[in-house]
Design a protein around this ligand. Structure first.
Ligand code: PLP
Length: 536
């Protein structure tokens, strides 16, 4: 590593900001990073290099980027070394040094080269590099993509660490936008905390499962008993469990495109192949029935329906669901129906649970508190098995096995399911006329459609909109690049359409959870960006 180049650049940046070492220490402290005096002096003298997180903080303070510091370092072909000292939290140790005069004075932190002039550490480094073993991620992850928190989000994180404020319109996380958990839920959680310290039954607490079972009854989901209800650490965990228990190598599962990408990711992670059926933007984003039919093969085991849909905001009418179920019936497919946005339906429409139309099929319905109840952080989701379960005994045994293996879902979270599902539903007010979600939806829909080169179908449910870009007008061939360019120029984070397994680079998703004033600013910035943006 080129310590000298780093030190020169650090000195240069400090000089141009008129900062002394003590100023740097103070500024870092303000950003929550404690730096010792000798630590900074070693950076400045080129004796040690900061770890990546410290480097990012220094970059933010000095108005530069880690790349500027690291550009030269990377050319030397070396990468950062992990910190090997337990007590040190911000050092990369020096490379091999043989002469005592290159050793570094310690600051009492035990972080620098030892009293033997660095020889023992140097020997350790030498033997380490000789026996270097590379740990690579499993090849099971080769076809796994989760770009909602992918490279563009990583870049946003880096910018935030460097002190830039980023408006995050990439994740459907209600709490940061002022959608608070109802007081009654918090009160009940506090009251029960001491009673939910232990593991629960692997499927969940009786009270939670009873409430979920009753909710299934309200949704007319047939043939559901207590043993058919499973709680999970969010729907996410149950998507993973239900697919891991089912899918063998080579099995195919029909998944919508665009989709909530965890579905595709988990099918592929389980060794299967997610086969995407298209949802048609010209038809309110409803699944294209002919396309589904054309994609069924002898290897197809199941079909995934996401209704209300993320990312399109579509709500499927009964006829569309019945057409999909007819295909499932014809080909003996298991039906997974992800209905996590089921209470966030607007315009006086009604959500119909897929399973309610299929007493003769084996269906698994997924829902939870993260979205329809705006309680995402407590990690509470559930799945309900319904319909005709004959022939699924072995699969259910597999599900039980995986649920047992993870012991149970988090019990404090389970303890509030009954409260959240019953009684007054504050979420109703959000989607009724005058409600926040509805008004924000209307605003963002109008604003997007008024931008030349952008068009969007009005979402009927949830809190996402999936606009289309005129790719010729903007010369867009890579939508991740589009999202990155927008992030860099306007400090707004969106997710590109390909992140939702949409094949063309012509869409992106906006989360419309922020208040209208914030959305207005974001839409103005987007309009301005698109007035000059032409991808190179
Ligand atoms: N299913 C859909 C369609 C989602 O959009 C999400 C989260 O965004 C999930 C499942 C995961 O939700 P949970 O927070 O319950 O894990």
């Amino acid at each position: 590593m080129d310590h000298e180049t780093f030190a020169c650049r650090l000195q240069e940046a400090m000089a141009s900001c008129g900062m002394k070492q003590v100023d740097l220490i103070r500024a870092a402290e303000e950003r929550g990073q404690k730096l010792g005096k000798s630590q900074v002096s070693q950076y400045v003298s080129g004796k040690t290099l900061p770890r990546r997180d410290v480097l990012e903080i220094l970059s933010g303070i000095l108005g530069t980027t880690p790349e500027w510091f690291l550009g030269e370092l990377n050319e030397s072909g070396e990468s950062e070394k992990p910190d090997t000292e337990a007590d040190s939290d911000a050092f990369i140790s020096l490379p091999v040094v043989d002469s005592a005069d290159e050793s570094v004075e310690g600051d009492g932190s035990g972080a620098s080269v030892g009293q033997d002039g660095g020889k023992s550490e140097a020997n350790f480094e030498q033997s380490r590099s000789r026996n270097m073993r590379e740990f690579k991620k499993s090849s099971k992850l080769d076809n796994v993509l989760y770009d909602v928190r992918g490279p563009v989000a990583d870049e946003a994180h880096r910018m935030e660490e460097a002190g830039t404020h980023i408006l995050k319109l990439n994740i459907g996380n209600p709490a940061p936008f002022g959608f608070r958990t109802p007081d009654e839920v918090i009160y009940d959680l506090r009251r029960q905390l001491t009673e939910v310290e232990g593991y629960s039954d692997a499927k969940g607490l009786f009270s939670a499962r009873k409430a979920i079972m009753q909710y299934a009854q309200v949704k007319h989901i047939p043939n559901v008993s207590m043993s058919d209800v499973y709680t999970g650490n969010g729907v996410s965990e149950l998507i993973n469990i239900s697919l891991s228990a089912l899918v063998d190598t080579g099995d195919e599962v029909l998944v919508p495109s665009p989709d909530y990408p965890l579905w595709t990711a988990c099918v592929n992670l389980a060794g299967g192949t997610a086969v995407h059926y298209v949802c048609d933007e010209e038809q309110e984003w409803y699944p294209d029935i002919d396309d589904i039919r054309s994609k069924v093969t002898p290897r197809t085991k199941a079909i995934v329906i996401i209704n209300p849909n993320n990312p399109t905001g579509a709500l499927y009418p009964k006829e569309v669901l019945e057409e999909i179920l007819a295909i499932a019936r014809e080909h003996n497919l298991l039906v997974f129906s992800d209905e996590i946005y089921d209470r966030l339906v607007m315009d006086g429409l009604e959500h119909i649970s897929t399973a309610s139309l299929a007493p003769d099929l084996f269906c698994i319905t997924f829902s939870g508190l993260s979205k329809s109840h705006m309680i995402a952080g407590y990690r509470i989701g559930w799945m309900v098995l319904s319909g005709d379960k004959r022939g699924a005994e072995d699969y259910i045994e597999g599900i039980n096995m995986l649920c047992n293996m993870r012991m149970c879902s988090n019990t404090p979270g389970q303890s509030i399911v009954q409260t959240a599902l019953g009684g007054h539903q504050s979420v109703k007010g959000y989607v009724a006329p005058g409600g926040r979600v509805l008004e924000q939806r209307d605003f963002v829909y109008e604003a997007l459609n008024s931008i030349p080169g952008v068009s969007a179908v009005k979402p009927k449910a949830g809190f996402y909109i999936f606009p289309k870009l005129d790719v010729e007008r903007f010369n867009i061939t890579n939508d991740e690049q589009f999202a990155l360019d927008f992030l860099h120029d306007k400090k707004i984070l969106i997710t590109q359409g390909t992140g939702f397994n949409w094949k063309k680079p012509d869409h992106f998703r906006v989360v419309f959870l922020p208040r209208i004033e914030v959305l207005q600013e974001a839409m103005e910035k987007l309009a301005d960006f698109l007035s000059y943006y032409r991808q190179r």
